[in-house]
Design a protein around this ligand. Structure first.
Ligand code: G6P
Length: 615
């Protein structure tokens, strides 16, 4: 969601503010703006819609200044309008904000009574007025911000710019992340490390309650951080390994396509970070998982939740562990029973999803162990967990998760094997077979990607429909859900995922020749049952697309001779651990090519955000 950028330099910053915002586009936004100090006063440019509009405005009315802040806004309080776009600014202060000021309504009422005139519907504007009042009372910018923060409730990240202070920015974090960067002569603020890639290598992450004052005295940059108690603190410096290459599209038309094609590598990297295929052993992140537990509770949102659903099948079948899978936004507001014996496993690409974070806080308050699987290593969830396993997917820019999902599955499969080994629930032969199938997986995926023409062809049919149904059983049921989610997210075609066995309990009523049914059916223990369901939909005139393997394809052809499927796509052979990973690729490609043909904004679908930092 919203993105923040701030720069203090000795040269004009407006172009680089826009460049930073461009890198934050992936988070999802609907308006943008920048503000600088020119001749001691605050000047700003804002525009509704895509960044190109703001760039046009800045080209028509250039913005001078060596210091500035910028923002991409994902609307929460107040519609998508220029007047609601950040920075919120008056003559004294300009502010950009991620997150939500929960008590904004009561604060606004009081501010209006004191004479404040509001020009937007945002919650952010209250912060601007409170800081302004405190500065009018004679407080320094830092003290004014500190006092204002003691009055506001919620989860947020803020960056401020002040009149007559053309060498100082203030940044504050509570709930939403903020990162600072410093070179020999410049200072930066970003809502994530991606915003600052190419400018800085050394980063400093603010912690909860921190307020940072960034000052450039002549050519000397300085950062002073005070913690929630007002004490001056040092925060560790970290080196970022995010390169500009890693966050560029390269030769691909979209980030999503690039990220789909990166999967042979990201899967292989993630595997290698956890297991040694040659000697069939585990590496340290898995070995560190040594706390006893009686059951597992997996908590996540969106695509990450579907990864958790797959893991439930794996852990139960292969390691004989009881698993509950929870949607974080529901879990956090239920009254779960904590027995102190449960391993809580949080799955999150961004590590910042607010509901997942709140669920983690609840679990910690109840003294249970928290393990997280995250892709962003410095994220809030990674830092708050007892154990962390990193997915090696690299930065994922496309809003619709692809390579992070398959990397999460790889981590979960490796954890499952570790537990199965410890509990002696799989034989030596199975153990070796799983390791060997892992070794072959990246190659199988490369092969599948080399033959992507078929997905392009299928998309010509799919892009004309209004609805689609995805079916799967067992470990491929969550992949059917993920397939439907991918299609609706980026092509805006209504899609539902169902366990094939549930078909007769409702969705079969929707079947007609206009309803494509996409079936995930490797020749596994659920195959025969799924094939019966295929017969049922074929008999009702549905256009069926089946993804199977060689053995399955033969049987499908034999059994559906009279009622032909629209298409049968044969994938490489798989087993219970590799099938959900392998069968994810077709549903990603299908969604991508369909959306591309429809001409939607694949990387930044309407209304969606990459990192959901509001409830
Ligand atoms: C958003 C993203 C999804 C993601 C979900 C959970 O909805 O658009 O791609 O699956 O958040 O995000 P997380 O970062 O916690 O995995």
């Amino acid at each position: 969601m919203c993105g923040i950028i701030g720069i203090i330099s000795q040269s004009n910053v407006s172009i680089r503010l826009l460049e930073g915002l461009k890198r934050l586009e992936y988070r999802g936004y609907d308006s943008a703006g920048i503000a600088t100090i020119t001749d001691g006063g605050i000047d700003r440019r804002r525009a509704e819609g895509k960044l190109e509009k703001l760039i046009d405005v800045v080209n028509d009315h250039p913005l001078e200044g060596h210091i500035g802040i910028g923002h991409t806004r994902w609307a929460t309080h107040g519609g998508v309008t220029k007047s609601n776009a950040h920075p919120m600014a008056n003559e004294t202060v300009a502010v950009v904000h991620n997150g939500i000021i929960e008590n904004f309504a009561s604060l606004k009422e009081n501010l209006i009574k004191r004479g404040a005139v509001f020009t937007s519907d945002t919650d952010t504007e209250v912060v601007m007025h409170i800081v302004t009042f405190h500065m009018q009372e004679g407080l320094t910018p830092f003290k004014a911000v500190q006092k204002a923060l003691s009055q506001i409730k919620g989860a947020f990240a803020l960056a401020f710019l002040f009149k007559n202070h053309d060498n100082m920015l203030i940044a504050a974090r509570r709930g939403s992340p903020l990162v600072l960067g410093m070179t020999e002569s410049e200072l930066f603020i970003g809502s994530d490390a991606i915003a600052l890639a190419s400018w800085v290598k050394t980063l400093c992450y603010l912690e909860e309650g921190d307020i940072a004052t960034l000052t450039l005295n002549d050519t000397t940059p300085e950062i002073i951080i005070s913690d929630a108690d007002g004490e001056i603190v040092q925060r560790p410096l970290r080196q970022t390994n995010i390169t500009v290459d890693a966050i560029s599209k390269g030769a691909f038309t979209h980030y999503m396509l690039k990220e789909i094609f990166e999967q042979p590598l990201t899967i292989s990297d993630t595997l290698q970070s956890l297991i040694s295929i040659e000697d069939e052993s585990f590496h340290s992140p898995l070995l560190a998982l040594n706390k006893p537990f009686s059951k597992i509770r997996i908590i996540a949102c969106g695509t990450s939740y579907y990864a958790g659903m797959v893991a439930k099948y794996w852990f139960e079948k292969l390691a004989h562990i009881h698993v509950d899978v929870e949607i974080a936004s529901e879990f956090r507001y239920r009254t779960p029973v904590f027995d102190g014996q449960t391993l809580n496993l949080f799955i999150t690409q961004s590590g910042e999803t607010i509901d997942t974070m709140a669920a983690l806080t609840l679990v910690k308050q109840n003294n249970e162990t928290c393990l997280s699987i995250v892709n962003v290593s410095e994220s809030s969830i990674a830092r708050a967990s007892d154990f962390v396993i990193h997915t090696m997917a690299g930065p994922e820019i496309g809003v619709a998760s692809t390579k992070a999902f398959t990397a999460q599955l790889v981590v979960l499969a490796a954890i499952c094997l570790k537990f199965a080994k410890e509990r002696c629930t799989i034989s030596e032969t199975e153990w070796t077979q799983y390791f060997q199938s892992f070794a072959k997986l990246p190659g199988c995926i490369s092969e599948l990607l080399r033959n992507d023409g078929i997905y392009h062809q299928l998309a010509t049919h799919l892009c004309q429909v209004h609805h689609a149904l995805y079916l799967g059983r067992g470990v491929n049921f969550p992949i059917a859900l993920e397939g439907a989610l991918k299609l609706k997210e980026i092509s805006y075609i209504h899609a539902e995922g169902y366990p094939a066995g549930e078909l007769k309990h409702g969705p079969i009523a929707l079947i007609d020749p206009k309803m494509p049914v996409i079936v995930l059916a490797p020749h596994d223990e659920w195959f025969e049952k799924t094939l019966s369901n295929v017969q049922e939909v074929l008999a009702r005139g549905a256009k069926v697309i089946i993804f199977s393997d060689e053995k399955g394809t033969k049987q499908i052809i034999e059994q559906t001779k009279t009622m032909k499927c629209l298409e049968i796509v044969t994938l490489p052979e798989s087993n219970i651990l590799t099938a959900p990973i392998l069968f994810t690729l077709p549903i990603q490609l299908l969604a991508y090519y369909t959306a591309h043909m429809k001409g939607t904004d694949v990387d930044q679908p309407r209304n969606l955000a990459k990192s959901v930092t509001v409830e």
